[in-house]
Design a protein around this ligand. Structure first.
Ligand SMILES: C[S@@+](CC[C@H](N)C(=O)[O-])C[C@H]1O[C@@H](n2cnc3c(N)ncnc32)[C@H](O)[C@@H]1O
Length: 281
């Protein structure tokens, strides 16, 4: 049987298995896995085979398809890439601060739609608290992700000190508690900040979008890059449908395809504003 690589591995990941993995992750999460990702797939899924004490990828993929004991979610968790950082693409948080000023005292709804391990939604929350200089700002922040493991990390609000060292000292003092004893080497988001963010599982390819009707600001950064063009286009249309006219959309630095979707108008680097379709230039 043709294996994807090296004969020194514990399990054979054949080309047929790899193609099946690509098909399934496309179906479940919209992720378009490149043909070059076979080694990555092996190293991420082999842990699941070991955890389940399975002998082969054949057995494993059957369990995923049958969704035995929630293995489909574990498969998705294993194959998503969760790279993130506090204040990643920092200019967005300066723009967010300015944008919040436009809403006056009215309630603002923010949706962070690919929250990963929480650095992005907590960066949004810190910006909000600083903007209003209040722990009770008129803002609702919902942070979602397809990956249930990263959401667990979000909810814990605990990060290694190395994750927060790029944040300036005043912010670290205001928003984090430094761990002691068993928690040495870690920092925890202060509860006052944590309670400003609601975390939920949500698949951007899924249904139940009405949950987000009337949202004012959407962060969708560094996830569309994993989707193919038709999926990106339909996702952007969904965003446009649920968000308020004159709402704001923040995307990742290489996600310029928003320009091609009617109803979004560029407002500087990777920031867009929604307009009624037919009004946008
Ligand atoms: C590279 S991280 C980006 C995190 C953050 N937005 C940032 O820019 O730092 C991509 C995130 O998108 C999530 N993701 C992938 N496919 C998704 C889908 N179909 N629905 C929701 N989230 C998805 C992954 O689980 C991962 O946490």
């Amino acid at each position: 049987m043709a294996t994807v690589s090296g004969g020194d591995r514990d399990f054979d990941l054949t080309r047929a298995h790899f193609q099946r993995v690509r098909q399934l992750i496309g179906e479940y999460a919209g992720i378009s896995l490149a043909a070059s990702k076979q080694d990555m797939v092996y190293s991420r899924l082999v842990r699941r085979l070991r955890a389940l004490k399975l002998d082969s990828f054949d057995d494993y993929l059957q369990i995923v398809v049958a969704d035995e004991q929630g293995e489909r979610q574990a498969f998705v968790n294993a194959l998503t890439t969760n790279l993130t950082a506090f204040y990643r693409e920092a200019h967005h948080f300066d723009v967010l601060d300015r944008v919040l000023g436009e809403f006056g005292s009215r309630k603002v709804r923010i949706w962070c739609s690919a929250a990963s391990t929480g650095e992005e939604p907590y960066s949004i929350a810190m910006t909000v608290v600083e903007h209003y200089n209040s722990w009770s700002p008129p803002v609702e922040i919902v942070a979602t992700d397809i990956n249930t493991e990263v959401l667990r990390q979000c909810r814990s609000g605990i990060y290694g000190l190395d994750r927060i060292e790029g944040i300036d000292a005043a912010r670290r003092k205001r928003f984090f508690q430094r761990g002691v004893g068993a928690m040495a080497g870690k920092a925890r988001i202060k509860p006052e900040l944590q309670r400003l963010v609601d975390f939920e599982t949500f698949n951007l390819l899924g249904d139940h979008w009405s949950r987000f009707n009337g949202v004012d600001i959407i962060f969708c950064r560094n996830v569309m890059i994993y989707f193919d063009k038709p999926t990106q286009a339909s996702l952007l249309k969904q965003f446009h449908r649920v968000m308020n006219v004159n709402g704001w959309l923040f995307v990742g630095h290489s996600e310029s395809q928003v320009r091609d979707v009617p109803g979004f108008v560029a407002q500087g680097h990777t920031v867009y504003r929604s307009q009624a379709v037919g009004v946008a230039a």
